[in-house]
Structures are given as structure tokens and as C-alpha cells.
Design a protein around this ligand. Sequence first.
Ligand code: AMP
Ligand code: MG
Length: 421
Amino acid sequence: VTHAEAEFRSQPVEIITIGDELLLGFTIDTNGAYLGRKLAQIGFVVARRTSVGDDTAAIETAVREALLRTGAVITTGGLGPTTDDMSKSAVARVFGRELEIDQEHVRWMQERWRTRFGKEMPASNMAQAALPRGAKKLANNHGSAPGVFIEDKRGWVAMLPGVPREMRGMTDDTLVPLLESHVPQHGTIRSYTLRTVGVAESLLGDMLKDIELPAGMSLAYLPAPEGVDLRLTIRGSNASVADASLAQVGTAVRDTVGDAVYGEDDDDLAAIVLQLCRNGKHTIAVAESCTGGLLGARLTAIPGSSDVVLGGFIAYHNDVKREALGVSERDLRESGAVSEPVVRQMAAGAIERLGSTCALAITGVAGPTGGTPDKPVGTVWIASSVNCDMHSRRLSLIGDRDEIRRRSAQAALEMLRRRLM
Ligand code: AMP
Ligand code: MG
């Protein structure tokens, strides 16, 4: 990366997400997250993200301030036909324009109601055809409320719908092409993520402390219950130069971290395991107690998993461990449900019942209750069998019930990945 490349300044933009539900915490602002990713790809830096309620004055103030700061504003929400949708009138006021009905859009909506629903359009839908004078309509291929693009000498405001599916569609189909042609000087922000499992964030930090990052590149450590993602990000004016630089540093990071890297970008550990099974002509059966089907869900969430996954058992009650999987009554009594002999018999039982070449089994104390001094909450046994060779491990996991269950499923998948690698 040349010096000029590293010095490249991306265009700042502000996002304003609108809706009481965002402030009350009923809805997570996934629109803001989606826009952040998409804009970065075309060289816009989200400088600030604001959420405001369904309140004309609050929307008006937020948009006016953002426009003065950056001259580039994207809003989502409040374009609908009901009285709680007031974004357009607020933005019309920021620009000192009247709202006008777009007759062409009215005709389009009326036609859509007749053909799609066999009904006349409700009167309240008329509000969706209102646009501030002089604004450009942004096509909505996924719903009936158009988006809005409006500008003056202070800059521009793009308004998108709140419904995430419509917002994503309009961003991809209409907004991104518009911004790419509208804003002359935009570069790119590229990211490359290496996904790791089983190594603590601080340990990764130690391993990677001597990695040299070129100017303009940053390395982020993103821990989650499933593992730590290492995300490299670079800003530049040239996408292929940025990608080459990412690939080079990415390889150095991968070589340093080694086997704990299971994939890149959006790779799912379950998909990696399925591919390893496919390569080795293996099939899988699962037997789960504390994860209650989570492991099976992880595997079957991957399209095409049916050529590897045969099925599984949610053996929650001891009677089911005994009757469905053939776990011995005596081991359950003497060692307890969370124990090495039980987890091994669960895996063996799944293989015996389903005839797979591989099996994974999980039994543990997910909490918050049920812990004892020698088996505290977070004690989990996992077992993996590959071609009748059984391995088992005791884990001491931290976190709440949800995290312990997620970590357990991930650890089981990781155990099998290592064995098939
Ligand atoms: P609206 O267009 O404001 O009527 O929003 C319609 C629906 O979209 C809301 O009921 C929310 O469920 C959803 N929604 C609105 N804004 C967001 C956002 N920023 N992130 C995720 N979902 C949203
Ligand atoms: Mg709303």
C-alpha cells in the first residue's frame, strides 16, 4: 500500500434510524448494522449513528444536525402509511419544502392493490406517495413505500424504509448504485476475517503482537461465545491493491495462529465440519442432553447437510438416555448424567442406532441451577467417535445458560473438525 493510499480519506456519512421501538429496546438496530457494512464496501465511513423516536421534532433536529456535520445522511424508518410515520414531513421541514403527492406512484400503488390483493387501495396508503418537492423517488422493489433522495447546498439525505427486508433491497438495488455515481471521490474499505475457536482472546493477542500491519490497516479482536474473530480492515482508493494487501497480512496471521483458524469471513464451523465429512465419506449422528438439539440445528442449518447428517437424539431425561441410547443404568446412577462413561455411551448409542461413521455427544450442566461442588455449572462432557475410535473431553465453560449451550455445541464441532483434519 502506497503512502497516498494510506492517506486516502473516505467520505463520512451519518445514519439516523427512526422508531420508538429502537429506543425502547424492543427492536435491535439491524438496519444500522447492514448499512454500516454496505457503505464501507463503497468507501463511506459511518461517522455517527443516531436513533430517534417517532417524533417529528426529534427527527427534524437529528437530520438537520447530521446534515450540517457531514452533508451525507441516511435515515431508515417512518415511511409507512400510518400516523406514527412522520419522517418525510420532518425532512421536508429541514429542507423548507412542501410535501407533494406523486401521482405516478399513486397509480402504481392502486394498480398493485388491485392485482395483488384484489382490493381498492386504502386511503391511508396515499401518504406513501407524498414526497418533499424536488426530491427524487428511490424505487422500492420489495414493498409499497418509495425511498427519498433530497439535497441542497448543505448535502444530501437518503430516506429508506424501516422494514429490514425492504431496507436491504433498496440499499442494494438503488442506494448503492446512486451513491457510487453521485459522490465523485469514494474509495473502498475492505475487510478480511479469520475465524478462530478454542484460543482465548488474550492468548491470540500475545501470538500476534509482532505482526506488522501496513499503514491504513487495522486488526480487530472480536470475541463471541463461539470463538474469536480476527478482522483485518484496510482503507484505500483501489480495491485490488487493498485486497492484495489483506491477503498478504491474512496469510501471516493464519500462519501464526495455526490450527485454531477454522475459516474465513462468514464461514460456519458446522459447514467446515460437514465438508470434512464429505471429503472423508463420513456420516454423522448426534446425541445431545444439555444442548437440547442445538448441535443438530447447527449442522442442519447448513444447506445440503442431508448427505452427511443422518439424525440425532435429544436425550434430556435419564430415562431417554437409557432407553433411546442404551446408556447403562448403573453408570447413570454411579457417575451421574454429566460424566465420561455416560457421554461415551451416548455417542456409541447414536452410532449403533443410526449406523453413522461419526458421532458427537454432549452432556453438561448449563445452569443456572443444578451445579454441585464437583460438577459446577459449566461442567460439560463431550465425546466424538470417528470410525469407532472414541475420544472424550471434560470442559469447564463460563457464561450464562445460553452461552454454555452455544460453547458446548461449538466445542463438539471443533473436536470433530480436529479429528477429521
Ligand atoms: P417503519 O418503517 O418505521 O414503520 O418500521 C417498520 C418495522 O421495521 C418496525 O416495526 C420494526 O420492526 C422494523 N424496523 C424499523 N427500524 C428498524 C431498524 N433500524 N432495525 C431493525 N428493524 C427495524
Ligand atoms: Mg416506525
